[in-house]
Each structure stands twice: as structure tokens, then as C-alpha cells.
Design a protein around this ligand. Sequence first.
Ligand code: ZN
Ligand code: ZN
Length: 373
Amino acid sequence: MEGMSMPPRRLALVTAPRSGETFGSWLDRIARVNQCPPAEVAQLMGLNLRGVSAEVRPPVFGVRPDEAVRQTVHAATGVSGSLVDGMHLSVFDGGPLNVASVVSAAKAHRPSTGREWVEAYGSRACPCCLLVSGGVWQLWWKLSCAAVCPEHQVVLVDRCPSCGWVLRWGGNRPRVVPAKWIRPPTCCANSVNGKPCSQWLPVARASRARKSMVDTQQLWLDIAYGRARPTLGGVDVPAEEWFAAFRACVILLRLGLPRVLGRLPGVSDWCSRVLLDELSERGVDRSRFSWGPASARAAAAFLLLVVPLLAAADMRELSRQLAPLVRTAADEGSLAARPLARLAVPKLFAEAVEAQVPVGSTARSPWKKGSIR
Ligand SMILES: [Zn+2]
Ligand SMILES: [Zn+2]
């Protein structure tokens, strides 16, 4: 009928999505078995990948599927709407992500590089996972706190060792998914001067992760996926509030660098170096203090310092452990920093911070009523 869009054609060959896989990865794998570029598969699925111009990518690809996407994907592949939902970042909404902010940032055409604590287009990756899975990209690798692979105990890789671009970002002519070439799931395939980068990612060098890193990442992931109940100072809190407290600690740490390192007990040389490196990247502009960790290594360092702190046995202990962070930020005169005040931290966390504001100083807790915003 005139004016009606064609119903999506059923794809000849469909591979089943794998556990925890990201939507873009699944698209790549289907494209490969059908021997065509991923953009063609997307078109057959009825997905509109055109942004307002060639340089602009559509805001919600891989972030949140709407009903139309669920239906066209189901018609083309037989894969259910709930499986499609599971391949989108929306599974982390109300936990480590606020999906409404991710969507609005993307709609404003601001490229995501950690502002919303996620890499909407690119990804980190475990080279060992890519090898054993034949190129299944995990959804959680896109999160800014993705640091180490709990299974293979390595630090995730941020960038392609060959072209230097963030993995899956798209290279110097980024598109949502390649329109001209098949993207082998285990290869970089970022666009470099109009050609796909041929780096085979399973050979990318990944450094060994220590057991403590693996454990903190595992706990963080369990909370992110709703498998573990988050607690703050021994008290059960909703996941959203736990992640807000986590972000607050990351910001407090950044505000107190480098001095805070000498005041925290048992910070390794590795951790200090990584955090100072990150500061020179994020700290160019103080408003970026509220962004996610800039690399897998930085994410590992923040996880190591913050997760055990939040797991303090009771409120007194939590407050005591927060002391070096709060006092250093107060000394630097930045405790009322805007990014902190904006976070919806749980009341008990705000009180634990408040208790450590030095008596007689002009500093005020960022969450105290009447404080300067
Ligand atoms: Zn792995
Ligand atoms: Zn590359």
C-alpha cells in the first residue's frame, strides 16, 4: 500500500543472541553469517540508523529499544522482545545508569565519552572473552566502571593497539554500524582512512588483574545486575542510591588529589599513578570530575578504593572511612562542588559525610539544606 513501510523481511540466517551480549555485537554476528554489512541487516530489521546527517548517529541505538524496534526485530529474526531488551543499556537503568540522561545527552548530539558513565557507541573488551566466544561483546563492557574480566582476571582493553581508537567507536568516520564492510566480531574494524582496521583483538595485550580487583568488580557487577543487595555502612539501600554514593566517592577522591592519596590507608603505588594519570585527562576541566572513570585502569583503581569503603560494617565505620576524602575536599575548598550537590545520595550517606566536615571550618556538606549550589 502506498505510504506504508514494507514489513521487515525475515533474515535468511539468524544466530541466537548470547548471554549478556550487546545489541550491536549480535547485529555484527548476524551480518557475518549473512555475508553483508551490518547496516544492511539493520535495514532488513527495519531499524532506522540514519541520524540528521552522516556525521550524527541516532541517539537511542543500543540504549533503549522502543515497541517498533522490538516488533521489527522479532519479525526479522524470531527473537523475542524481552531478549532484545536484554541487549540494550536500559537493563542498567536505575542502577549504574540513568537511561533518560543517556538518551537526552545523545539527542543533544553530545558524543558520549563517560559523561553519563557509559560509552554509548564504543566499548572496552576482554581479549580472552572475545577469543573463546568468537566475538561476543558484553553489554557491561560499555559501562565506565568496567575494569576487569572476572573470568579471565585481566584488565579490559580500552583502545585498539593498532589504530588507537576506542574499540567499536567507529574510527575517524564513525557510523553506528559499518555500511560498507562486514565487521568480523573479533576484529577492530574501526574506520581508518576509509578502510577497516584489521587488528585481531584476541592478541591485544591485557595486563593481569589482581584478585582484589576481580573481587570488587564482581561485587559491583552483582549489584549492577541486581544479583546482590547493596548495603551502605551495613544498611540496605536501593541500587540507585548505592551507585549515587559510589559516584560521590569518585568525585570526592578526584577533588582531593593528589593530597588525599597520602591520607588514605594502604593505597598502592599502582593505584596512585593511575589516579594521577586520570586526573590529567579528566581534570583539564573541573566539570568533568563528575564523569565516569576515563579508562579501565582508572575504573579498577576507583573500584579498589571505593567498594570496600562503602561496605563498612556500620555507619560509624563508614563515616570514619570517609574522613580522609571529606576533609581533604574541605581543605581544598571544594566540598560544595556542584557535581556533588546534584547527586541524589541516600540520607545516611549525606549524614556520614556531614559528620566529617571539620568543626569550625567554613566548609559545608554538599547535601546540607541551604548550602550553596
Ligand atoms: Zn574475559
Ligand atoms: Zn583498530
